[in-house]
Design a binder for this molecule. Structure first.
Ligand SMILES: Cc1cc2nc3c(=O)[nH]c(=O)nc-3n(C[C@H](O)[C@H](O)[C@H](O)COP(=O)(O)O)c2cc1C
Length: 369
């Protein structure tokens, strides 16, 4: 089967079309039963939060907009699949453009440049849209029923605070979504403590360790022993100590930290001198964030050893992975598992291909979980 992104006329599997709106893409989910089922050869099993899986690469929150999208990627061979972030209230997507291809070197002071054609990185601007809870909960129930038992269904959740909400109210809203997700069939919850594209408190929680602690503890109470991941953003050099505080604050409560949820930049456009998105920054995904994300995983891995004495907490590496060598760089940095978002759209077979390459490589090349 040839699989590629939707703009390729020859493709029999069409992934997210960056030229269409989010709502159109929700409707245009591939028909999963038309996709031949692919399995990664079991040469090596990978540990994802206590579950043994054959495919070493999961799908991060983003490309799987609903159950039909999720079931389709399951048939491509992915075993760990994250349902795009949901809320306790319905929320529309930001207007287009939602994905803008970019080039340039990512830095705290610099800007990236918008491109008309696809590149290996893009600015992401959705604002975490969500179906109303009764709809996503029904969709999750149906998805879990149709998904085979060995596949892991992760659901990403976020709070939807009003301006005057206290941290307790925010934590309760996270916990409500997490409980609903588990009741509807999720195997694992990911709390999104970072969205680079929203200004409300939920977008920046990872920079506030004590508030994050309150959230993960409240969620832990709501979901019992179900696996819990905290997804965090990038710490620029001046915030590195905050990262260490965050690790200490959530250790013992979460089972894994996933990083990074994009790195922000302003996006310049030759036709608009203030820059795209009214000059506001947006989260960048894809190749541009690879180096910094790997470095952050290595830093957390070093910190984790003395803090997490029971060595319970896993690290999930996300950011810029597009092939086997990229995944190996994360494992070498200390990641236990890796996930992809951009590559899952640009090259849907990427994860299972990495799995197949590793299962046929000599055992010396295989990372040990
Ligand atoms: C189309 C798209 C939508 C995304 N939506 C979400 C989201 O809803 N929640 C979230 O936590 N991260 C979201 N992300 C961020 C990814 O999960 C990931 O952290 C980031 O893109 C870096 O990985 P990558 O370089 O493989 O894209 C999204 C990414 C993409 C490309």
């Amino acid at each position: 089967m040839k699989i590629s992104h939707r703009n390729d006329e020859q493709s029999s599997f069409a992934s997210y079309n960056w030229k269409l709106s989010y709502e159109e893409n929700v409707q245009l989910a591939p028909l999963q039963f038309e996709i031949p089922e692919t399995k990664v050869p079991v040469g090596h099993e990978w540990d994802f939060l206590g579950r043994r899986v054959a495919c070493p690469v999961g799908i991060a929150a983003g490309p799987l907009l609903n159950g039909n999208w999720l079931l389709s990627y399951a048939r491509l061979g992915y075993d760990v699949l994250t349902y795009k972030t949901v809320r306790s209230v319905a929320r529309a997507s930001y207007k287009m453009p939602n994905l803008v291809p970019v080039t340039g070197k990512l830095s705290q002071q610099g800007d990236l440049h918008a491109q008309q054609q696809l590149t290996d990185s893009w600015a992401i601007s959705f604002g975490m849209p969500s179906l109303p809870p009764d709809q996503w909960r029904r969709d999750l129930e149906r998805t879990r029923k149709l998904l085979s038992a060995e596949k892991v269904l992760v659901v990403s959740v976020v709070a939807s605070p009003m301006d005057d909400w206290s941290i307790d109210e925010i934590a309760d809203d996270y916990a409500k979504c997490a409980r609903w997700a588990i009741e509807s069939g999720a195997d694992c919850v990911e709390v999104n403590l970072s969205c680079p594209n929203v200004c409300s408190a939920d977008g920046q929680l990872y920079l506030h360790p004590h508030a994050s602690e309150k959230v993960v503890k409240r969620v832990r109470t709501a979901i019992g022993n179900a696996p819990l991941i905290a997804k965090i953003g990038y710490y620029w050099p001046q915030d590195i100590e905050v990262g260490f505080e965050l690790l200490k604050a959530v250790a013992g409560t979460v089972d894994a930290l996933a990083m990074t949820n994009c790195i922000t930049s302003r996006i310049m456009d030759p036709l608009d001198s203030t820059g795209l998105f009214d000059g506001q920054t947006r989260g960048i995904g894809g190749r541009s964030i690879f180096g910094q994300s790997v470095e952050q995983v290595a830093m957390f891995n070093k910190w984790k050893l003395p803090v997490d004495s029971e060595r319970r907490m896993q690290l999930i590496g996300v950011g810029g992975i597009a092939g086997t060598e990229d995944a190996k760089a994360y494992w070498a940095a200390g990641a236990n598992f890796v996930q992809i978002a951009t590559a899952a759209i640009l090259d849907p077979s990427c994860g299972p291909r990495i799995g197949s390459e590793l299962s046929t490589a000599s055992s010396d090349n295989r990372p040990v979980t």
